[in-house]
Design a protein around this ligand. Structure first.
Ligand code: PLP
Length: 411
């Protein structure tokens, strides 16, 4: 099956009782049974079925199956947001005293979360670059996970998943990849060697900027050693599903990180056009990146042939660079003027929408970060991040050109 076919037919959902082509929205809190015995069986997992939407829901289940199929995992767990997915993944495997090696140029919210984890006694060691040598040098006896974004947002560096996963596995540590910005359209990290993939479904999976969600997919490949991961020892009997079993029966259910059925439905609709959208988004982004370069601006976009990660983009991402680019306007003031002169791009803090969105990261997402954190995230005072939409490329290019010249006038 090709990618677009698998989006429709890989794990199709629907409803066999009515013939509904999509799994309907089961907008209920609880599921009732004929007898106390039956509910007991469902509760204990001895009979299939749903009991309470925080623990499981048919609409959410259909969405989870679709993403697990797309990523090639043994299963998936949906969460209320991408941040919930990152949090639940880490808290399922970590305890106080453990260490995580993480890429420095991560999504701002993830960096903030790592600050919270440090307060719980979990140490984060940041890698300037997520390459095998740097990761290797930061792994200690206490490291229990390596966390990286496949294409980091907003730094836009690309991780060589195959090479980094080898180092992780030699040291007995799982590699967790946040693949939000790459999406399964550009790469399937589990097939490249990653152990767990997380997404903010709020972005490209949903695609229309209309619902928050997160999703965790387990490849089932990593064996959690009971001595190094004592919390997982009682789940060993689940074999390749040990991590998912602990996740579902533990912190995910207990903290109430579940996804709403309505949002799962919106994602289910969105995911079907992921291939079409990504194809257009990537070609629009490349055209825009080139047009900005022609204006003499410093542009970061991984699929530009002069980008340092371009060889990796060719080898690992099929030559496509995703839908985010950053550009340096020369000064903070010019960056603001340029943003304000755009006709089509909305000034908003999101990515992965059908609409083009623009933001000045230093004064928004990175407002509370230290200068070092900003620099390692590739965020400078004059950096503008553009999340490309599906508009016609000629319109987007023309708009950027006029905004650039307009922004230069007051200099
Ligand atoms: C947006 C984003 C998140 C967080 O997702 P939410 O759905 O906003 O909680 C995590 N990682 C990356 C790379 C993101 O872009």
């Amino acid at each position: 099956m090709g990618f677009n076919t698998s989006l429709i037919h890989g794990a199709p959902g629907g409803d066999r009782h009515t013939g509904a082509t999509l799994t309907p929205i089961y907008q209920v809190s609880a599921f009732a049974y004929d007898s106390a015995e039956k509910l007991e069986q469902v509760f204990s997992g001895r009979a299939p079925g749903f009991a309470y939407t925080r623990i499981g829901n048919p609409t959410v289940d259909a969405f989870e199956k679709r993403i697990a199929d797309l990523e090639g995992g043994v299963g998936a767990v949906a969460c209320a947001s991408g941040m919930a997915a990152v949090t639940m993944t880490l808290l399922t495997m970590l305890r106080s005293g453990d260490e995580v090696v993480a890429g420095a140029g991560l999504f701002g919210g993830t960096i903030d979360l790592f600050g919270d984890l440090e307060a719980l006694g979990i140490k984060i060691r940041y890698a300037d670059r997520v390459d095998p040598e740097t990761v290797e040098s930061l792994i200690t006896d206490r490291t229990r996970a390596v966390f990286a974004e496949l294409i980091s947002n907003p730094k836009l560096t690309v991780v060589d998943v195959e090479a980094v996963s080898k180092v992780c596995h030699e040291r007995g540590v799982p590699l967790i990849i946040d693949s939000t910005t790459a999406t399964p359209y550009l790469a399937r990290p589990l097939a490249l060697g990653a152990d767990i993939v997380v997404h903010s479904g709020s972005k490209y999976i949903n695609g229309g900027g209309n619902s928050l969600s997160g999703i965790i997919v387990d490849g089932g490949t990593f064996r959690f050693d009971p001595e190094r991961y004592p919390g997982l020892s009682e789940y060993k009997k689940f074999g390749p599903r040990a991590f998912l079993a602990k996740l579902r029966n533990g912190i995910w259910r207990n903290s109430g990180a579940c996804l709403s059925p309505f949002n799962a439905y919106m994602d289910q609709v969105g995911i079907e056009t992921l291939g079409l959208r990504m194809e257009r988004l990537c070609s629009n982004a490349l055209a825009l990146a080139k047009a900005l370069q022609e204006l003499g601006l410093e542009v970061r976009y991984p699929a530009l042939p002069d980008d340092p990660d371009y060889p990796l983009v060719e080898r690992q991402l099929g030559g496509k660079g995703g839908a985010i680019l950053t550009v340096r306007a020369g000064s903070r003031e010019r960056a603001f003027r340029l943003i304000n002169s755009l006709k089509y791009a909305l000034i908003a803090t999101n990515i992965g929408d059908v609409r083009t969105l623009v933001i000045h990261p230093a004064s928004t997402i990175y407002l509370h970060s230290t200068p070092e954190q900003r620099e390692s995230a590739g965020v400078f005072d004059d950096t503008i991040r553009i999340s490309i939409g599906i508009e016609d490329p000629e319109d987007l290019i023309e708009d950027l050109r006029q905004a650039y010249f307009e922004s230069g006038k007051e200099n």
